[in-house]
Design a protein around this ligand. Structure first.
Ligand code: NI
Length: 353
């Protein structure tokens, strides 16, 4: 396939570009330098460029030279880095303390630019390609949702949408596809337990929120073992318990925090509802009160069947069936590409690196 040779010719230039982005990581909704760079390249290659969607997002529009031109697809890359130090010593290591392209979005941005460059030179296709450079995938910031709130799909209608994430440790150049739920929903919660404070030596005059909180941790785990079907996957983890600050005082309040991950909205609804019931009623058994605050960050990422089959076939045709896994196991991480897939059919794929 001459497509690969043509892209390979740009390998050194694209590597230089990726290293430049890697050296200048930017956090969620602050990707101004990266967006400038993306917009400048897209403009130079003759794409129509739109900026400011989701604050720092960029969309490049490329129309094919053939046919009726009525159809359109979206190809998406995320641009943001992580708030973490980089310990690499190579020349293109991060120049900003506390920021690193540790999730490989520098690579995603470069890959999509490479695709834009290639297709801009080879417009022998029918339809429109919308190149979507998205901010703020990390940390629950939902740059995807921000771009959609700014009219992404109204201004740039897409019949289908596709995205790729690198997967360290998987064989280099291998593709992992999965129909249906591929990544988990990500959710966080706060439970406040209110009792009655008192002296540690006179518990009969208090309602001890620490005892209630301790019991609640165990009761919450029964949602995973007893409330949902054993076939459905979910995890509930209490990651924080905060209460008290003296050796001899029963505090008036305890706070539990944590995360819930599920692969379907139905299971998520079930768990949230039952968590609320437990959070409110268990403290009452002891004379206290409780309340749950539940925040849904990212929905489960659910790939569409036809688009996943199509993308997997393209990967097989281009790179060989040996490099393509069609029924990869799901991953319990979360990804805001899921917001796009709630509106537009498409598929998300992992690429070994
Ligand atoms: Ni990532």
């Amino acid at each position: 396939m001459d497509l690969i040779a043509d892209i390979t010719a740009e390998h050194d230039a694209l590597t230089t570009l990726r290293r430049d982005i890697h050296a200048h990581p930017e956090l969620a909704f602050q990707e101004t330098r990266t967006a400038d760079l993306v917009a400048e390249r897209l403009t130079a290659w003759g794409l129509e460029v739109h900026r400011g969607l989701g604050k720092t997002g960029v969309v490049g529009v490329l129309r094919g030279a053939l046919g009726s031109g009525t159809r359109a697809i979206g190809l998406r890359a995320d641009m943001d880095a992580l708030p973490m130090p980089e310990h690499n010593r190579f020349a293109h290591a991060s120049r900003h303390a506390g920021r690193m392209h540790g999730c490989g979005h520098d690579g995603h941005t470069t890959m999509l630019l490479g695709a834009a460059q290639f297709l801009a030179r080879h417009r022998d296709f029918d339809g429109t390609v919308n190149f979507i450079f998205q901010p703020a995938e990390e940390g629950g910031n939902a740059g995807a949702r921000a771009m959609m709130a700014d009219g992404l799909f109204e201004r740039f209608p897409c019949d289908e949408i596709y995205g790729i994430h690198n997967m360290p440790g998987a064989p280099v150049g291998s593709f992992a596809f999965r129909k249906g739920a591929m990544m988990a929903s990500s959710n966080r919660f706060d439970i406040t337990v209110r009792g009655i404070g008192g002296h540690a030596a006179m518990p009969q005059k208090a309602v001890d929120p620490i005892v209630i909180a301790a019991e609640m941790v165990g009761v919450l785990q029964t949602l995973i073992s007893r409330s949902k079907s054993p076939i459905d996957t979910a995890v509930l983890t209490v990651t924080q318990i905060h209460a008290g600050d003296a050796y001899n005082v029963i505090p008036a309040e305890a706070v539990l925090r944590g995360t819930v991950r599920t692969f379907s909205v139905e299971v998520l609804d079930l768990i949230e509802n039952q968590m609320r019931r437990i959070a409110e009623t268990l403290p009452q058994v002891y004379g206290g009160t409780g309340e749950l605050t539940f925040f849904r960050a990212y929905p489960p990422l659910v790939n569409h069947d036809a688009q996943t089959d199509f993308a997997a076939q393209v990967a097989e045709d281009a790179f060989g069936a040996a490099r393509v896994q069609r029924n990869a196991p799901p991953v319990a991480g979360a990804e805001d590409f899921s917001f796009y897939l709630e509106k537009v059919p498409g598929s998300y794929v992992f690429l070994g690196n």
